[in-house]
Design a protein around this ligand. Sequence first.
Ligand SMILES: NC(=O)c1ccc[n+]([C@@H]2O[C@H](COP(=O)([O-])OP(=O)(O)OC[C@H]3O[C@@H](n4cnc5c(N)ncnc54)[C@H](O)[C@@H]3O)[C@@H](O)[C@H]2O)c1
Length: 326
Amino acid sequence: MTTGSQHCLVTGGAGFIGSHLTEQLLDAGHAVTVIDDLSTGREENLSAVRDHEKLTFRKGSITDPVLLTEVMRGVDTVYHLAAAVGVKLVADDPVRTIETNIYPTETLLRHAAQQNIRVFLASTSEVYGKNPKEQWTEEEDLVLGPTSKPRWAYGCSKAIDEFLALAYHRKYEIPVVIGRFFNVVGPRQVGHYGMVIPRFVDRALANEPLTVFDDGQQVRCFAHVDDVVNAVVKLTNDDSAAGQVFNIGSDFPVTIKSLAEQVVALTESSSEIQLEPYHTEYGSDFEDVRRRVPDLTKLQAQLGEKPTRTLEQILRDVIAEKRGQC
Ligand SMILES: NC(=O)c1ccc[n+]([C@@H]2O[C@H](COP(=O)([O-])OP(=O)(O)OC[C@H]3O[C@@H](n4cnc5c(N)ncnc54)[C@H](O)[C@@H]3O)[C@@H](O)[C@H]2O)c1
């Protein structure tokens, strides 16, 4: 286990998860450089630590190899979170996805190999695609749809990142850990890119209808961002986790319809819940994943713990934050 003060680079550090991670690293006494192009992130996400003496913020893109080389100089650990995020955004601009999610990861790993830098790679449950199993272990097959459907480009781009990271680990022995996030939620997440909880809470607080796609029986598990960040930092600094893939999330399943009902109840809203076909938002050839539940046995065995905050605690946190903004 690596302890002591480090210089960390957080790519995508002004984003939802990246900003919580940056705060936690600064709290632990580390120096943090953030690189973010603010495409989906926001500078306000870092407002609590903006004036911290150990924080350096660089506005710019990881697709700029000169800048990426510069920010990696002298760094001990890289948390690589910057990405074109979310199925909808990625489907709308597949070229940007490849430029953002694949080439810079390779550059970053090359520098990490040359400078012996520790790396955390943020991957996603989307890599499992539509694998029909009830619960997914890390060794499950990836069951992606056809390349003609841009919906699969996100999971596919992250799967390529994983192959790259594992290849660099094998060849150059870089201590790299891959975390597959399952629906991370909490304060600062925004609903513009299809993220369901902020979208539902915004609508419920405005007493407007909540749109649930299809029959609402899709199953998901939601993990609090603080629990996820905690796991990320521990895994990254655990030498015995290097070269491995971990599911990171909650394993408590809920249907999207039930989620909508809980949001309405907790906000004491008069909103109605409306079922709508996917194609109204995602186009006619959209394929969804019906069930997405992680097996967390490996995470639990490695860390002796797993995310524990309940859905109700998560929803109360998000509702409190959004009420504060009204
Ligand atoms: N939130 C989830 O449930 C979830 C699930 C699975 C995987 N992930 C992964 O976690 C990571 C963080 O996601 P998030 O939910 O915080 O989303 P986010 O959009 O808030 O964070 C991504 C950050 O990367 C930045 N970014 C994008 N392109 C960039 C570029 N070219 N150069 C520099 N910065 C760039 C964005 O501005 C943003 O701040 C991503 O890699 C995402 O794929 C998230």
